[in-house]
Design a protein around this ligand. Structure first.
Ligand SMILES: Nc1ncnc2c1ncn2[C@@H]1O[C@H](COP(=O)(O)OP(=O)(O)OP(=O)(O)O)[C@@H](O)[C@H]1O
Ligand SMILES: [Mg+2]
Length: 810
């Protein structure tokens, strides 16, 4: 017997002391009970946040197993995250016992992987090449593959960016349109080219026996369509299908549910009556106001059209909210009420008004973090547990200031759904560049970035250089500089290595000149091509990476301007002049932060939990007694991208609704008057969402008028007169990190040449602070970008970026 039939026909072990029906319905209101016990027709539960949708779905599973005697193996429940799946499974097991373990509670992706591992062989027999041990390609793998496709098709990578192509392909897959269909539907040259890329990308995936994330769903749907007998197996198996967060399903996911649960006409026609399998019982729960994944193809219509898609559907509305105080609900309703074309809801709570919402206008992001941290201390002193508190922000990069203050104050915290700031790949890459510049013998850092971004120095070349270094007993860096002597190196690799060595020497000339850490960092990111590689990408993850790098530049800039600021400088050292804001000091500072970062979750073993930091997107479905919603500025939240776009603005508003409704008892709202990004402070107006809540709900601890607007004297110089550019498109546009203009703008403000750039031509005699006398061999580029090759005799020929090199013409 196969594993599948085994689980299907295994008799559930009797549970003598199963829960009573009363126990399963306990703590539910009337409509909630109705949803739990409903049998038969497809069921839609639509309701606002915190009305018990997830609780009802969980109880219904337990009820179905316990009271309706359904086999646990006949249950398929879909959640939005793996974490939510684990929690739901645990809860059902608590209610009905361990036999519940064999039910499928998972995300769409995990469920499809399970099905495909078992069934994809059918496609193989049909001439496809996927085997059941297929790999799953993540965003990075996809990017690499699409880059190769662009090369193979001889396309201009500037015009056909892999990220943009992948986005297009993903949209097609979410709509279940395969490459053939995309090709047939192409209406112009551009679309034909995109379709050709899709076709080749798909062929390469097959050759690699790999599927990307979107394929997992699309392939399962196609498999069910192509092999009715396979679909039949799963239709017979899954008698109860339940989907949480239905508002965020895309078309492919909808089709999958439909194919498992709709009444199939073909079956009616081809099978004798006795053999017909009645459709599975379907329950979906959701809230159109919480749809926040349109950028991943989520289609709000799935929930709005449910009654049309499943004609005999029953709909149950839940109106009582059990999570939040009335004050919090009124604020949430005030915000979401500004979205057009939604069905109004009457969400109410009998938890009473509770505490007023607390508002705080901070001078800058540090002041905001200090406020949050101070307030948490007060709350904990008053008896709250750190685990009761969550801090939300719009983008991952915003976590950094909170992390730093928590590290400094010793407040244990965890970042959910994201890596801690200093552990993020792009931040580590950037720091590896700096470490390598400060110390070229740092082989680990050097090798980390040697081919990052890709610059044609492959593993083979690295191995040759490493072997040569070993043989000659010289450092890896020294070996790189003498790469032409390394045996076995291909000419192409050699020239790539030469380019890299030139780059490093150029950048080192800045460090030698004592240039500020932020300037070194920004120049490095730019000249190494690291920024460009992220900017050219259309992968939303790379946009996040850019934001994180902007954040790192801001850290370095702050350090350069005020070494006392930040988490670990000892003011005594600074006063004694011991801390010089050079690159090495900056790296040391960062290393300390990253090290103390390793705070255990629960140091004392007491079950008080830790403060949770997360983005608003990750907060979906969760709840906390105390919530801090930070960065409420137009251009931050709502995100700058959404400011001119009604549809995107409405999605941001739904995100605000999600954020506010996570809170059970206390809600804090904060914004910063000035916020730094790419080292350039931007002044964003208050988030419009603040104005959308009734004013009397918020108790403003501090308002903008009550404070000095320009707390840092250096800011006025870079932003113009105080108040200049308030809320102007440029100010908020600075949040848009992908805009090269904004970066250049920021860069021009933070970088000042160390000295006047000497105007040199070949043959000029110069003197260099470290290398001494030299003769100019050649000069490339002009003005800021001028690079001179200078022969320093026994020190060899160096390529120097004249803007920073301590070189004087004789
Ligand atoms: N009838 C009830 N009596 C008491 N508490 C309830 C009841 N129904 C739900 N709750 C509680 O209310 C809170 C919100 O419930 P739940 O998370 O299921 O809501 P939801 O509708 O899924 O919210 P969201 O839209 O945010 O996903 C939970 O703490 C839950 O235990
Ligand atoms: Mg829920």
């Amino acid at each position: 017997m196969s594993e599948l039939t085994e689980t299907l026909f295994e008799t559930p072990r009797p549970t003598p002391s199963g829960p009573s029906a009363d126990a399963l319905l306990e703590g539910l209101n009337e409509p909630q009970r109705a949803a739990v016990v409903h049998a038969g027709a497809p069921l839609l539960v639509v309701a606002g946040a915190g009305s018990g949708k997830t609780r009802v779905l969980t109880r219904r599973i337990a009820w179905t197993i316990s009271e309706r005697k359904a086999h646990p193996g006949s249950i398929l429940a879909i959640t939005f995250t793996n974490k939510a799946a684990a929690e739901m499974k645990e809860r059902v097991e608590e209610l009905v016992g361990r036999r519940a373990r064999i039910m499928w509670v998972s995300t769409f992706h995990s469920a499809c992987v399970r099905i495909l591992r078992k069934e994809i062989g059918a496609l193989e027999r049909e001439g496809g090449t996927w085997k059941s041990n297929f790999s799953i390609y993540d965003a990075q793998d996809q990017k690499r593959l699409m880059t190769l496709v662009v090369q193979d098709l001889d396309l201009d990578p500037k015009r056909y960016q892999p990220g943009a192509l992948l986005h297009w392909v993903s949209n097609h897959k979410n709509e279940l349109r395969d490459a053939e269909q995309a090709t047939a539907e192409a209406r112009n040259k551009l679309e034909e080219t995109y379709a050709a890329a899709y076709t080749l990308y798909q062929r390469r995936l097959r050759e690699a026996n790999a599927l990307d994330f979107d394929d997992l769903i699309m392939t399962t749907v196609h498999l069910f369509d192509a092999f009715p007998e396979i679909k039949e197996t799963y239709r017979r198996r899954f008698r109860h299908v339940l989907v949480d967060e239905y508002q965020d399903t895309n078309h492919a996911q909808y089709a999958l549910i439909h194919s498992l649960c709709a009444d199939p006409l073909e079956q009616e026609a081809t099978r004798p009556e006795g053999e017909r399998v009645p459709p599975a019982e379907l329950m979906v729960v959701g809230d159109a106001d919480q749809s926040i994944y349109a950028f991943r193809g989520a289609n709000i219509r799935n929930i709005l059209d449910f009654e049309e898609d499943f004609p005999d559907a029953t709909t149950i509305l839940l109106e009582q909210n059990y999570r939040s105080t009335q004050t919090i609900l009124t604020a949430a309703n005030g915000i979401i009420g500004h979205n057009k074309g939604r069905k109004p809801k009457r969400l109410w709570s009998d938890a009473g008004d509770g505490e007023r919402i607390v508002g705080y206008v901070a001078d800058d992001e540090h002041d905001e973090a200090r406020f949050v941290s101070g307030e948490i201390d007060t709350l904990v002193d008053g008896g709250a547990k750190p685990g009761d508190v969550a801090v939300f922000y719009r983008t991952n990069a915003q976590s950094r200031v909170f992390e730093e203050i928590f590290i400094r104050t010793g407040q244990p915290y965890k970042v959910v759904g994201g890596v801690r700031f200093y552990e993020r790949r792009e931040v580590r890459d950037a720091l590896a560049y700096l470490r390598m510049l400060a110390n070229p013998e740092d082989q680990v850092s050097l090798r980390r970035i040697l081919n990052t971004p890709k610059r044609g120095i492959g593993d083979r070349a690295v191995a040759c250089v490493a072997a040569y270094a070993e043989r000659e007993r010289i450092s890896f860096w020294a070996a790189l500089q003498r790469a032409e002597e390394a045996p076995g190196l291909a000419t192409r690799s050699l020239s790539c290595i030469r380019g890299f060595v030139d780059l490093v020497q150029e950048l080192q000339s800045m460090v030698d000149a004592g240039e500020r850490a932020d300037v070194v960092l920004e120049t490095t990111l730019e000249r190494s091509g690291y920024l460009a590689s992220l900017e050219e990408s259309d992968d939303p993850q790379d946009a996040t990476r850019l934001e994180n790098l902007a954040e790192l530049v801001a850290v370095a800039r702050e350090f350069a301007e005020d070494p006392q600021a930040g988490p670990s400088a000892d003011p005594a050292d600074v006063d004694a002049g011991l801390v010089e804001p050079g690159l090495t000091d900056f790296l040391e500072r960062v290393a300390l932060v990253a090290d103390t970062d390793q705070i255990p979750d629960d140091p004392d073993g007491e079950d008080v939990g830790v403060v949770t930091l997360m983005t608003l997107h990750t907060a979906k479905g969760l709840e906390f007694p105390i919530v801090f919603l930070t960065g409420l500025e137009d251009g931050v939240f709502p995100h700058s991208r959404a400011l001119g776009d009604q549809t995107e603005l409405e999605e941001e508003r739904r995100l605000a609704y999600v954020g506010v409704t996570r809170s059970r008892e206390r809600l804090y709202l904060s914004r910063a008057v000035v916020r730094s990004a790419w080292g350039a402070p931007s002044h964003n107006p208050a988030s419009r969402f603040l104005d959308e809540m009734p004013v009397d709900l918020v108790d403003w601890r501090r308002t903008e008028a009550a404070q000095t607007r320009w707390s840092r004297p250096d800011l006025s110089g870079s932003l113009g007169a105080p108040g200049g550019g308030l809320g102007s498109p440029t100010a908020s546009g600075r949040r848009n990190f992908s805009a090269a203009a904004a970066r250049a703008d920021a860069a021009s403000k933070s970088r000042k040449p160390a000295r006047a750039i000497p105007s040199l031509t070949a043959g000029d005699r110069v003197t260099h602070d470290s290398f001494g006398l030299g003769t100019v061999v050649s000069v490339e580029g002009e003005a800021d970008r001028a690079v001179a090759s200078i022969d320093f005799g026994s020190d060899g020929v160096k390529r120097l970026l004249l803007r920073y090199a301590p070189v004087e013409k004789l």
